[in-house]
Ligand binder design. Structure first.
Ligand code: CU
Length: 149
């Protein structure tokens, strides 16, 4: 509970603090200014990313369209915390919040970050562009216990 609140606070700060950054082009995986997943007008780039447990993914809206990063509640590991830009508690709340006031919107240059602890595939989408197929997957590897069976 406390940890989740902490992660949310970090995510919120990041979104606010980095909004309005210059158009600096970040190289993936180099230094703290880098982001992991960018966004075009209707896609996450890359749409699939693989990380180790405990690593943080940083999304940056590298387009001029407003997007969200919203987990598919039924397509993340059962014991994983729900994640969404705007910090909604559930997919329903995130979708409702978007409809009522663009809650969770990431505008050009905005960032959202989330630390993934639970191994497995975490599927997410962009609420306003779901119909356009804007979705992605964070694969959290489990290097200690292979989950093949
Ligand atoms: Cu979008």
């Amino acid at each position: 509970m406390d940890r989740r609140a902490y992660l949310r606070a970090v995510g919120g700060l990041s979104t606010v603090g980095l909004a309005g950054c210059s158009g600096l082009v970040a190289e993936q995986g180099t230094g703290s200014q880098a982001y992991d997943v960018g966004m075009s007008s209707s896609a996450f780039r890359p749409a699939r990313i693989e990380i180790d447990p405990g690593e943080t993914v940083v999304w940056r809206n590298t387009s001029s369209h407003a997007h969200t990063v919203t987990a598919y509640e039924d397509a993340i590991p059962a014991d994983a915390a729900y994640f969404a830009s705007g910090d909604s508690d559930s997919q329903t709340a995130a979708e409702e919040g978007w409809r009522q006031g663009s809650e969770g919107a990431l505008y050009q240059g905005d960032e959202y970050e989330w630390t993934f602890e639970v191994p497995g595939e975490h599927h997410y989408f962009c609420v306003p562009h779901e119909q356009a197929g804007m979705a992605g997957t964070v694969v959290v590897g489990d290097t200690e216990t292979e989950s093949t069976e």
